[in-house]
Design a protein around this ligand. Structure first.
Ligand code: NDP
Length: 336
């Protein structure tokens, strides 16, 4: 069993030697436990803050511990009545090839795979990021037909779902993404009304031109310069679901970075709501997964993936994702 462990805490951007591949023996199963073989590993931005020695909404990863992460896995041995050999699940296996957990563990879900929905989509648009985009937009953003919704990191799995859901709700969907290729994809393939390239050097003017009626909902994924450009365009009564702010995740000191809260607090009333999928809507896991998987199956919900091959390539892929080198959901293919 190979595993990627936190060898030392990254200072800023991840460097060689911070995340290390190790051989870790798989222990014997106890009564009630299962052994799962990881097929697909999801790489998600939240993993970076958890490598720091600061308590966020979850505990930091300890030195020598396996990096946290969700995967699609197959049960290959079972001493549990809940899961049988051959079952496919999503579970928080961490970055490793095999994992042992109790058959009734929390956050383990049997995948009810629908036709035309690839397994790995249950880690992307029909998985945690997809549910995040959907719930954050619908329950926090509360979109109304005719409103303008702006979403940053628009070509990623969260942004992809936010924009396409906004269109379905009758809104004008405007993306913000890095580079002309991603922007073209967001408009031409995903069907957004416009997409602003924040790297093109004209962010304020381009965003204003894309939002002639101002912004009613800003779905925050990135923070930094994009938030500063959005703030003056927010309409009275605007909502800002604060999902994340990935531009700050590599900061050496997260406590000193400018967050969206600093930028938005000048507005009265402060139109933001920081949310976490897992603490707010875990009870809707199956319901929302089904909605999104049905939309994938019908071809209505479009998305892209970037796939790294083999666990040994996970650290490099993860570093790249934090800089936008991914185009769509970043996955690691571990086994068939
Ligand atoms: P993505 O696949 O979109 O990957 C992150 C993207 O962020 C990159 O591809 C890049 O896109 C963009 N980015 C990186 N650096 C910057 C920067 N300096 N300025 C602007 N954009 C940048 O990730 P996800 O869709 O998985 O996640 C999106 C957000 O959702 C993250 O903030 C994540 O933490 C958050 N999240 C929150 C959850 C919650 O419960 N609150 C749950 C899941 C995700 P580009 O090339 O376009 O710049």
């Amino acid at each position: 069993n190979r595993a990627v462990i936190l060898n030392q805490r990254p200072q800023g951007e991840i460097q060689d030697g911070d995340l290390v591949l190790e051989e870790r023996p798989v222990r014997e199963l106890k009564e009630g436990e299962v052994l799962a073989k990881v097929l697909w590993l999801s790489l998600d931005p939240y993993m970076r803050p958890r490598m720091n020695d600061a308590k966020g909404y979850m505990e930091p990863i300890g030195i020598g511990e396996v990096i946290v992460g969700e995967s699609v896995a197959r049960i290959v041995e079972s001493r549990s009545d809940n899961l049988k050999v051959g079952d496919l699940v999503t579970c928080y296996s961490g970055w490793q090839e095999y994992v042992v957990f109790p058959g009734d563990a929390e956050m383990v879900y049997r995948i009810d795979q629908k036709d035309n929905v690839p397994l790995q989509a249950y880690l992307g648009v029909a998985g945690m990021p997809g549910r995040t985009g959907y719930c954050g937009l619908i329950y926090v953003g509360k979109p109304k037909a005719g409103e303008t919704v702006v979403v940053s990191a628009a070509s990623g799995p969260v942004g992809t779902v936010v924009g396409q859901t906004a269109k379905k709700e009758g809104c004008r969907a405007v993306g913000v993404a890095g580079g002309p290729e991603k922007c073209r994809y967001v408009v031409e393939e995903l069907g957004f009304d416009a997409c602003v390239d924040y790297k093109a050097g004209n962010l304020e003017a381009d965003l204003k031109a894309a939002c002639p009626d101002g912004i009613d909902i800003y779905f925050e994924n990135v923070g930094g310069a994009v938030t500063r450009a959005v703030a003056p365009l927010l309409n009275p009564g605007a909502r800002v679901p604060i999902c994340g702010f990935v531009s700050a995740y590599n900061a050496e000191d997260m406590s000193s970075v400018e967050t969206p809260f600093h930028v938005l607090k000048a507005l009265d009333p402060v139109p933001e709501h920081r949310f976490f999928l897992v603490t707010e809507w875990q009870d809707k896991h199956q319901e929302i997964t089904n909605i999104l998987a049905d939309r994938v199956a019908s071809g209505e919900l479009k998305y892209r993936e970037t796939i790294a091959e083999g666990l040994e390539n996970a650290p490099e892929a993860f570093k790249g994702m934090l800089k936008g080198r991914n185009f769509g959901k970043q996955l690691v293919h571990i086994a068939d």
